[in-house]
Design a protein around this ligand. Structure first.
Ligand SMILES: [Zn+2]
Ligand SMILES: [Zn+2]
Length: 277
């Protein structure tokens, strides 16, 4: 019996100390070989969790609400929460849906001035030619005198308008509507002098010789609509109405009747009537 027990003990010792460790080692070695010869069989390493995509937030230029970049409406490098705010003037007097080319030709309106008048002008540079960027250059005092024989005669005039509507309907803003742009010069409206103080100047790209484009009337209507949200406009006049004898624009080709019809602006807001002049 004692011998049997000793034998059992020896066998157990052999199994646990020699045979089992060897078998485990061998099993591991075989697994290693298998892995190397068939890499596809490897259990797929767990995919690291994707880093959360942090989207850039932008602020609406009109109401300052913050929203993800991909949800915002972008115009000329500015962002809007929706098309409604894109169409309005912001608190600083800048329209959303237009290109800004900022001019230094402006100053402060007199204190407590109510902006209640819109003055319509026409301009073309070089005279009689459309397109290009000479009007922008003129209002920003960077016209090249060598580009046209007429330019040296106007290069020192420091003038501007709040808005320009080009032949294709593109709108450019030069000055905030809260500031005084220099577009009307010596002028009088119903006994009130210096119309620049209380008006917004809108230039239509055009001459006194050809009709304006339909698109320009449409855009002018939208622009005046946007302006009226911010400023209580009571008079829409031509430059020639407030500087008679000195100025002819917007001229006989500006169709006041047609403009009133499409804009549905009440006739009493046209103090000089709707006849061509
Ligand atoms: Zn907004
Ligand atoms: Zn004018």
């Amino acid at each position: 019996m004692k011998i049997f027990e000793l034998l059992l003990l020896a066998l157990s010792l052999y199994y646990f100390l020699i045979f089992r460790p060897k078998a485990i080692k061998e099993k591991k070695r075989r697994q290693e070989v298998e892995k190397k010869s068939n890499p596809q069989a490897q259990p797929a390493s767990p995919v690291p969790p994707a880093a959360p995509i942090i989207e850039k937030m932008v602020a609406c230029d009109f109401c300052r609400v913050r929203l993800p970049h991909s949800d915002a409406h972008e115009f000329d490098g500015r962002f809007y929460c929706g098309p409604a705010h894109l169409k309005l003037l912001n608190k600083e007097g800048f329209l959303g849906s237009c290109k800004q080319v900022l001019s230094n030709n402006y100053d402060q309106r007199p204190e407590n001035t109510v902006v209640d008048t819109i003055v319509i002008h026409h301009i073309s540079l070089p005279e009689g030619k459309f397109g290009g960027h000479a009007i922008e250059d003129f209002f920003c005092n960077r016209l090249n005198p060598k580009d046209d024989p007429y330019y040296p005669t106007i290069i020192d005039l420091q003038v501007s308008a709040h808005f320009l509507i080009k032949r294709d309907g593109e709108v450019v803003q030069f000055v905030s509507t809260l500031q005084r742009a220099w577009h009307a010069g010596a002028s009088t409206l119903m006994g009130r002098e210096r119309c620049n103080d209380f008006s917004i100047g809108v230039e239509l790209e055009g001459t006194g010789e050809v009709p304006f484009e339909q698109k320009q009337y449409q855009v002018l209507q939208q622009l005046i609509q946007a302006i009226q949200v911010q400023h209580p406009i009571s008079a829409i006049v031509g430059h020639s109405d407030i500087s008679p004898g000195r100025k002819q624009d917007p001229g006989k080709y500006f169709d006041w009747q047609y403009f009133q019809k499409i804009s549905q602006i009440p006739e009493q807001k046209f103090p000089f009537g709707l006849t061509a002049r």
